[in-house]
Write a protein that binds this ligand. Structure first.
Ligand SMILES: *Cc1c(COP(=O)(O)O)cnc(C)c1O
Length: 377
């Protein structure tokens, strides 16, 4: 038996990335900023069709600066998806604002526009200041921005899109990362493409981009001595990592295509199983299919997502539940929200499966073989 562990989503880096990082080192631009940062930003704006990109040290930093950039402040309320990674909610808390969690559309897991509208109506009636809406593109499927942009416009609340998982996806023909006042990408090691660690803020608002650059470089005034009138952050992406990002961006479509092959195989396997289905499989030709998750109705399958996970673990194959909803997290106990149970149901029944573009043909067959064996048992 092959003892090599198979992970959910390992970095997919090779020769092209090596060349780019080496030539950045050889060019002498090891100092944090440099030509690869500028070029990476230009290539991101071209890819996503926005005017400005600011390369940052993480997606979390990008969320923080986007929220600060639209004026989110202590005491404000920010509405976000409960079905997300903690970074979304944490960035809201960094600003001193209160995260208010909205439950999921049961089919996609993305924020429910209906519940969002209900929450906005109630908060407005109570006279509370809602400073932003932060939808999240779950596992690489863009949220329903047609509905969300309409709601944001009617309530006159700015929208910041957490597209950390969705680079390469589209909604209604528009790229993920191009919605709202600003969008956020992550290039963490497990994302669709990586700079080992990094993120970006994308926007068409020049002032917002400038302000983010300024805050990300310790809020230094443009004078020779170190002069400060604001509290700043050290949030910029380094030049070496930007070089890695440029190579990854060149390979993005190829990496998405490889993940899509995996998605198609999973769909085939589970299509034959009564009670099992792939999350968000309908219309997934517009997704970047970052992670594939299976939903398990134990009454029909006779087995649970946890049992499948254990069977895979016994073969050294990683799988994980979907994000545990934020309103169930101890750190957010007592937080407010508009919750109808949809995300809890997804959390209880969902399992994310190995989806990485770096999986070899042999590793893929090991995963499919293990699932097929489990289903036959
Ligand atoms: C990964 C992720 C982030 C955070 O990005 P980092 O680069 O790891 O800081 C934020 N939101 C979502 C939805 C993510 O998946």
């Amino acid at each position: 038996m092959n003892a090599e562990r198979i992970y959910l989503s390992s970095p997919d880096v090779g020769e092209l990335e090596e060349q780019h990082v080496l030539s950045a080192i050889k060019s002498g631009w090891v100092a944090p900023l440099g030509p690869d940062v500028n070029a990476f930003e230009d290539e991101l704006t071209a890819r996503i069709g926005v005017d400005h990109a600011v390369a940052l040290s993480s997606g979390t930093a990008a969320l923080h600066l986007a929220l600060l950039g639209i004026g989110v402040k202590p005491g404000d309320v920010v509405l976000t998806s409960t079905m997300t990674f903690a970074a979304t909610a944490n960035a809201i808390v960094y600003t001193g604002a209160e995260p208010f969690f909205i439950d999921s559309d049961p089919v996609t897991g993305n924020i429910s526009p209906g519940l969002l509208e209900e929450a906005l109506t109630q908060l407005r009636a109570a006279g509370e200041r809602v400073a932003a809406i932060v939808p999240v593109d779950l596992l690489g499927k863009a949220a329903d921005y047609t509905a969300l942009e309409d709601i944001a416009a009617r309530f006159d609340v700015p929208l910041i899109s957490d597209a950390a998982e969705a680079l390469g996806a589209t909604h209604a023909g528009r790229p993920a990362g191009s919605f709202g006042r600003a969008s956020v990408l992550s290039f963490n090691g497990n994302k669709i493409m990586t700079t080992s660690g990094g993120g970006a803020l994308l926007t068409n608002d020049e002032k917002l981009a400038q302000h983010a650059r300024y805050l990300a470089t310790q809020a230094r005034q443009p004078v020779a001595h170190y002069e400060h009138v604001d509290i700043g952050y050290n949030y910029r992406l380094s030049n070496l990592l930007a070089a890695l990002g440029r190579a990854q961006l060149q390979r993005l479509d190829e990496m998405i295509a490889r993940r899509r092959e995996l998605r198609e195989r999973y769909k085939e396997i589970f299509a034959a199983v009564e009670g099992a289905s792939v999350l968000g499989a309908d219309g997934d030709e517009h997704d970047n299919v970052w992670l594939t998750a299976v939903l398990v109705n134990r009454e029909k399958t006779g087995w649970t997502a946890g049992e499948l996970s254990e069977a895979l673990a016994a073969r050294d194959i990683e799988s994980r539940p979907l994000w545990k909803p934020m309103h169930l997290q101890p750190v957010f106990a007592g937080s407010r929200g508009m919750i109808d149970g949809s995300s809890e149901a997804l959390f209880r029944t969902g399992l994310t499966l190995p989806s990485g573009s770096a999986l070899t043909a042999e590793q893929r067959e090991r995963v499919f073989g293990a699932i097929t064996e489990f289903l036959a048992a």
